[in-house]
Design a protein around this ligand. Structure first.
Ligand code: 9WN
Length: 465
């Protein structure tokens, strides 16, 4: 069953025609999903704290309540592993039973690994490192709000900096023993784009062994199971999880034998952008020069690594499967990774913008809104209703809009911002949208959708960048 909107609550009905009304509606979604110190990604489908959702949520909350935005990330940091890893899920001990699977028991991370935190229960994976970008946004929005607010936020920045540095150091070393500038993921869930056709070839090679019994709970929260990953995909996800557990989440051992080891270009590009944010945070808190040099080195290495993953025929960046030693030549939004990483030469920027505007993505004549579908309609693996196989995701729009601004493409960014807001005004704060009809899919009242709406509304594309 699809998540029901409370008919008595006008705020949870879809956003009205006018983007001007989006702001209070978006704030209402975040308020209703708020659990005091953190925010559920969605009312029922996702009852725990997710890593990159919380970072996006903090970015939106920064415009409503700076202190609460900081708290969102502080709660997440409490789950950080001794290795520096920020886990992809922090489990909510008060979540209704049988609401999400795999649950804390299935991950069993604190029993299996002494690196896992003891105070809270977490998953054993991570997600794209958007966090430093959110911390910087909290700092930026505190400016001009009075000395007390700025001082409190500076203290938050000081506390967050070592957490973020440890997180990025973990990604630059443990997740990149090759020194390629690109982060390795162990599971599609780490990419945040779970069933993207980017992973099909690698997943097909994974032979599923004897899985302990399980029941999926996600399907009860969506109108139609075809919106979510298939059972076959789930079996592979769960098998990879069993393999990680069999290595007690020990990364050197995982690296030796795990069947799914992929250099993820989107994850890596977000890391570059997050390192730029971390550099600014380092400046604001006045950290030692060597640390800033280290961060600069990561930025350069990351951009070089992405450059090597450029596919001149597709005019996109593509992931690399370390096991099969082959590229995943699939046209998805992840291919715009170099735009997100920034620092592009004019020719590469031109190529990327051409691809973005072409019928392969936002220029496709069948689209309801000229926004990039998660997978190009020209891909054989495209599916307009299935999760990351084709639907448009507001958070992906935000990432591209923000990247266009940083690239100095203000007019284009403004067009994208207006269109993204029109989509939300029309369809509400859905998790994702059918790209040809604009139909809202997945969960309704999705927190990060509301959060990016708030950020869109607070930023004038003509002035920032
Ligand atoms: C698995 C919470 C998360 C997002 C991911 C999105 C989806 C989970 C799931 O929901 O993943 O982590 O159960 O499908 O793919 O990006 O963080 O919103």
């Amino acid at each position: 069953m699809r998540e029901e909107l409370d008919p008595g609550d006008t705020e949870s009905r879809s956003a009205s025609e006018k983007p001007a009304d989006v702001n209070p509606l978006a704030a209402g979604v975040l308020r209703r999903n708020d659990l005091r110190t953190w925010t559920k990604p969605a009312p029922n489908l996702y009852p725990h704290q997710w890593s990159w959702d919380s970072a996006f949520i903090a970015l939106g909350l920064a415009h409503l309540n700076n202190r609460r935005a900081a708290q969102e990330l502080e709660t997440l940091f409490a789950g950080q592993w001794a290795t520096g890893k920020l886990p992809h899920i922090i489990f909510n001990p008060e979540a209704p039973p049988k609401s999400y699977f795999p649950d804390a028991e299935r991950w069993n991370s604190s029993a299996l690994s002494s690196d896992a935190p003891s105070e809270v229960r977490t998953s054993g994976l991570c997600q794209p490192p958007i966090h430093a970008i959110a911390v910087l946004r909290i700092w930026e929005t505190a400016q001009g709000k009075g000395k007390r607010r700025v001082d409190i936020t500076r203290a938050f920045l000081r506390d967050s900096y070592p957490r973020l540095l440890a997180w990025h150091l973990y990604l630059a070393t443990t997740r990149d023993p090759e020194g390629s500038g690109l982060a390795t993921i162990y599971h599609p869930w780490e990419s945040g784009t779970d069933n993207s056709p980017r992973w099909d070839a690698a997943l097909e090679k994974v032979e599923v062994g004897d899985l302990p019994p399980y029941t999926r709970h996600d399907l009860q929260h969506v109108a139609d199971p075809s919106h979510r990953p298939t059972d076959e995909e789930y079996q592979r996800y769960l098998w990879l999880l069993e393999l990680l557990k069999s290595k007690r989440y020990e990364e050197a051992a995982i690296y030796e034998s795990h069947p799914f080891l992929i250099k993820d270009v989107l994850f890596s590009a977000i890391l570059v952008a997050a390192n730029e944010a971390l550099f600014k945070i380092a400046e604001a808190v006045g950290t030692p020069n060597e640390e800033r040099k280290l961060i600069e080195g990561w930025i350069e290495r990351g951009r070089r690594g992405l450059d090597e993953r450029w596919d001149p025929d597709l005019k996109l960046c593509v992931d690399y499967d370390l096991r099969a030693k082959e590229s995943a030549r699939v046209r998805t939004v992840a291919g715009f990774a170099p735009l997100i990483a920034g620092g592009l030469n004019p020719e590469r920027l031109k190529d990327l913008l051409e691809t973005l505007d072409s019928p392969t993505f936002a220029g496709n004549p069948r689209l309801r809104w000229p926004l990039p579908p998660s997978t190009s309609p020209k891909e054989p693996g495209f599916h307009p209703r299935s999760y990351w196989r084709g639907p448009t995701w507001p958070v992906a729009n935000w990432l591209l809009w923000w990247s266009l601004l940083r690239a100095g493409e203000h007019d284009r960014a403004e067009k994208m911002r207006q269109t993204a807001l029109d989509q939300l005004a029309d369809g509400g704060f859905a998790e994702y949208f059918e790209p040809f009809t604009g139909e809202p899919l997945g969960s309704s009242d999705q927190s990060w959708t509301a959060a990016v709406a708030l950020d869109f509304l607070s930023t004038n594309s003509a002035e920032s960048g």
